[in-house]
Write a protein that binds this ligand. Sequence first.
Ligand SMILES: CC(C)(COP(=O)(O)OP(=O)(O)OC[C@H]1O[C@@H](n2cnc3c(N)ncnc32)[C@H](O)[C@@H]1OP(=O)(O)O)[C@@H](O)C(=O)NCCC(=O)NCCS
Length: 323
Amino acid sequence: MNNVKIASIGAYLPPLVVTNDKISEFVDTNDEWIVQRTGIKERRISEGENTSEISTKAARIALERAGVDPKDLDLIIVATISPDKFIPSVACLVQSNLDADKAACFDISVACSGFVYGLEIARALMNTMNYKNALVIGAEVLSKVMDWSDRSTCILFGDGAGAAVLKQDEKQGIIKSYLRSDGKKGEALTIGATDFDTPFTKEKTVSDRIIKMNGREVLRFAVGAIDDAVKEVLKDTDISIDEIKYVVPHQANYRIIKLAAEKLNLSEDKFYLNLDRVGNTSAASVPIVLNEMYEKGLFNKGDKIILVAFGGGLTYGATLVEW
Ligand SMILES: CC(C)(COP(=O)(O)OP(=O)(O)OC[C@H]1O[C@@H](n2cnc3c(N)ncnc32)[C@H](O)[C@@H]1OP(=O)(O)O)[C@@H](O)C(=O)NCCC(=O)NCCS
C-alpha cells in the first residue's frame, strides 16, 4: 500500500466580516444570545464569489506551498453542499481555472464531514490508481442557501474554502480513517434540491432550497459522533489519545466541542477552535482551521492529530494524521 501524506494546506475566506450585531439588524437576535449558545462572534460572507472561485484561491495557496504544478495533479475532489451548479462539478471548474489538465475531477456531498471523507477517498484512489498528487478541497458558499429570515440557522453558518495537497510519500501521513453515516436521522438537517413537477408526476413536490435544521437533534448527534469517531480512529493502532497533540474538530458550535471534550475526558485545550471568527463553514471548516494552525506554526514534523467532523446526512468521521 502506498503511503500518502498531507503535503500542504491553504485556505481562502471572503473579505466581508458579518458580525452578530449586523445579523441582529434583520432578525430578532443579539450578540449575547449567539455567543452564549454557539461561541460564534462573526463569520465571512461572500459578496458574489462562487464556490469554484474561492476553491481555486485556496487551492493555489496549497499548491504553491507544496511546490506542486497543477499540471501534475492526478485528482481533484471538492467536498461541498453549495456548488456553483449541479454540472459541471466544482472540481471540474477548479480544474479549468488551474489548467490541471490530467486530473480526474468530481465533487462529493457529505455536508460538514466532506473534507474528512475526501481525504480517505483520495488516499484510496492514490493507491488503486497509483496517483502521485491529489487536491482535496472543502468549500462552501452557504450564504446562498441560508434562510436569512430564520434566526435559528442564519446565525450559524459562514462561507470559505480550504484545500490540501496530498502526495505519495515514504512516510505514512494519513494513518487511518473512520467514516460513518446515519441516514435515518437525515431529516434533522436538510437543503432541498429541485422541484419534482413533470408531465408524469402524480403529485408535484416543491423543494425548499434552504437550510432547515432541528438544532437540538443535531447537537445531540454531534456530541456522540465526536466521542465515537475519536475512539474508533485510535482503535487497533498503537497510538494512544495522550500522544495526540490536537483534535481538530469541525467548527460548528462551542457547546458541542465542550460537551464532547467532557465525554472523552479530554482537556478543551486539545481542541483547536476558530469558530468565533468564521462560524460553521461546513465542508470547509476542517481545512480552514488546519490552515490557521499551520500559519501559526503549531505543527511540528511527527505531530499526531485527529481531524473529526459531523454533519448533514447525517454523517461523521475522523482521520488520524501524522504531520
Ligand atoms: C441552534 C442552536 C444554537 C439553538 O439553541 P437551543 O438552545 O437548542 O435553542 P432552541 O432551538 O431550543 O431555542 C430556544 C429559544 O431561543 C430562540 N432562538 C433561536 N434562535 C435564536 C437566536 N438566534 N436569537 C435569539 N433567540 C433565538 C428560539 O426561538 C426559542 O425560543 P422559544 O423558547 O420562545 O421558542 C442549538 O440547537 C445548536 O447549536 N445546535 C447544533 C446546530 C449545529 O451546530 N448544526 C450544524 C451541525 S453540522
